[in-house]
Design a protein around this ligand. Structure first.
Ligand code: PNW
Length: 499
């Protein structure tokens, strides 16, 4: 029995089987492996399972606009983007892609692309403007309309509850994620959303990228800071924020399941750091495994999420900076997940070394290939090793993984008169997707892929200067134009093959 068949035969629980029918059972035509190795190699090469989740991803503040409409109140990102000098060109999400009004056109673009899954986020201050208390029905109704439109086109909605737009009221009231009070407020918000949308949404994600909104939002000295833009110098303060986020996730998982009327899938989208063995030999693969568990911040986030414990090696290194943990916290954090979302953009090369930690990470030099953002080095194998380490380093053999984000900013051209030839994005996505396919072939339980992003949108501190979309947006006219990468991805979905 090979690895893939072993996994699919033993690993998946009933819930996953109900939600992912046929997906992990290798429905890729006859398996020729036993009879003809050469044919099997060709057959296996670059094909995806027939029920693979082909999707696209976005987030509320980055594309909705309508910032003060129908009762929505400000989030920390409204405040931050309206603060002079925080975002390039003083850009804000006030209008963004005007998706709030143009969602029907945007669903049409998804349908034409061929995606059957769509990952979006709910704006907390749109649906509970003060963060706690009264639900704003007009806000909930927008997501009802959106979900109805998606479902009418055969597209499954995957809703993320928190993609960084914290209600400003909660930042003002108790300093947002710095306070443990947020745990209950977030769970109440989750309950309200399942009550309001649970007849339309069965696939939920709690949080997006704990590391980014905690350490980059509240931490120190980042050159492209995020809201609320604080610079808490003590590492303990940052780790406490992470701890609150982990608790909020756990409490929300319970809240979603308690409020759901039928079967639902609960996940989280995390950008844990993938480490790539620079040479794929056993000693360097072991080094990658050690790096995965021992390096900041995997041991602080993905390890407790999936195993219920902070990594012991990591924790010992924190000393007095370790977060305060109350009785019962780790149990609350450690909720069984139906799936794990992996946001993957780049990674770090590693090799075995005679160091106390047992490995060393390698630098990327100045001329190393990177996409149109300084941090976005091209490391396609990061997506394979990230998937693999969830199983190999954290022992999560039964956990379906989907790529909840993967993509790059392009270097143009931004002409609206002819096709946008984003050949750099085609190159980037093709290389990463081949590595996803490699993980599928190796038998790792990869169930879906959501490129970031469906369309150009507000790229946080970079404003509108960085474009991650498969679809170009002319912000002056709101005209949408599919780029070359959209056509390329359309073919991938249609054929189930990455070429
Ligand atoms: C993600 N890094 O953030 C977010 O989830 C999206 O909202 C965002 O638009 C997208 O990636 C592109 O930036 C990241 O430094 C921020 O490695 C920073 C990093 C990765 C992802």
């Amino acid at each position: 029995m090979d690895r893939r068949h072993f996994l699919t035969a033993t690993a998946l629980g009933a819930t996953a089987n109900q939600l992912l029918p046929g997906l992990l059972h290798g429905q890729r035509g006859p398996d020729l492996a036993e009879s003809d190795p050469q044919a099997a190699l060709q057959k296996a090469s670059r094909t995806f399972p027939t029920n693979f989740w082909w999707g696209a991803a976005t987030a509320a503040y980055q594309l909705e606009g309508a910032a003060a409409e129908d009762g929505r109140k400000p989030s920390i990102w409204d405040t931050f983007s309206h603060t002079k000098g925080k975002v390039v060109n003083g850009d804000t999400g006030d209008v963004a892609c005007d998706h709030y009004h143009r969602y029907k056109d945007d669903v049409e673009l998804m349908a034409e692309l061929g995606v059957k899954h769509y990952r979006f986020s709910i704006s907390w201050p749109r649906v509970i403007p003060d963060g706690r208390g009264t639900v704003n029905q007009k806000g909930v109704d927008f997501y009802k309309r959106l979900c109805d439109e998606l479902r009418a086109h055969g597209i499954t909605p995957h809703a993320t509850l928190y993609h960084w737009d914290l209600p400003q009221a909660l930042q003002d009231k108790y300093k947002g994620w710095q306070s443990r009070e947020i745990v209950n407020d977030f769970a109440d918000y989750a309950t309200a959303m399942v009550n309001g949308l649970g007849d339309r949404v069965t696939h939920w994600m709690t949080l997006n990228e704990i590391l980014t909104f905690s350490v980059v939002g509240y931490g120190v000295g980042n050159t492209a800071p995020h809201a609320p833009g604080l610079a808490l110098a003590r590492k303990k303060d940052q780790l406490q924020i992470i701890h609150h986020a982990l608790l909020a996730h756990g409490h929300a998982c319970q809240a979603i399941r308690a409020a759901a009327k039928g079967t639902c899938s609960v996940a989280i989208a995390e950008n844990f750091s993938p480490y790539v063995p620079v040479v794929e030999t056993p000693e360097h693969i072991e080094a990658a495994r050690l790096a995965f568990t021992r390096t900041d911040f995997n041991g602080a986030i993905i390890t407790p999420l999936l195993t219920g414990k902070y990594d012991p090696y990591w924790l010992a290194q924190q000393g007095a900076e370790a977060p305060d943990v109350k009785a019962g916290d780790m149990e609350l954090i450690h909720q069984k997940l139906d799936a794990l979302g992996f946001n993957c953009y780049t990674g770090t090369y590693v090799r075995a070394a005679n160091t106390p930690a047992g490995f060393e990470t390698l630098d990327t030099f100045e001329g190393y290939p990177r996409m149109a953002l300084p941090w976005l080095t091209l490391v396609p194998e990061s997506i394979y090793w990230g998937i693999r380490m969830i199983t190999d380093a954290l022992g999560q053999k039964a956990l379906p993984i989907f790529i909840s984000e993967n993509g790059c900013a392009d270097s143009g051209p931004v002409s609206s008169t002819r096709e946008m030839q984003d050949t750099d994005r085609v190159m980037y996505l093709r290389q990463y997707l081949r590595q996803v396919q490699r993980a599928v072939d190796d038998g790792y339980p990869v169930v879906g892929y959501f490129p970031w992003s469906l369309m150009d949108n507000f790229e946080w501190a970079e404003g509108y200067t960085k474009r991650f979309g498969l679809v170009h947006v002319d912000y002056a006219t709101q005209k949408r134009t599919p780029k070359l990468s959209y056509r390329w991805f359309q073919q991938v979905i249609k054929s189930g093959v990455v070429r």
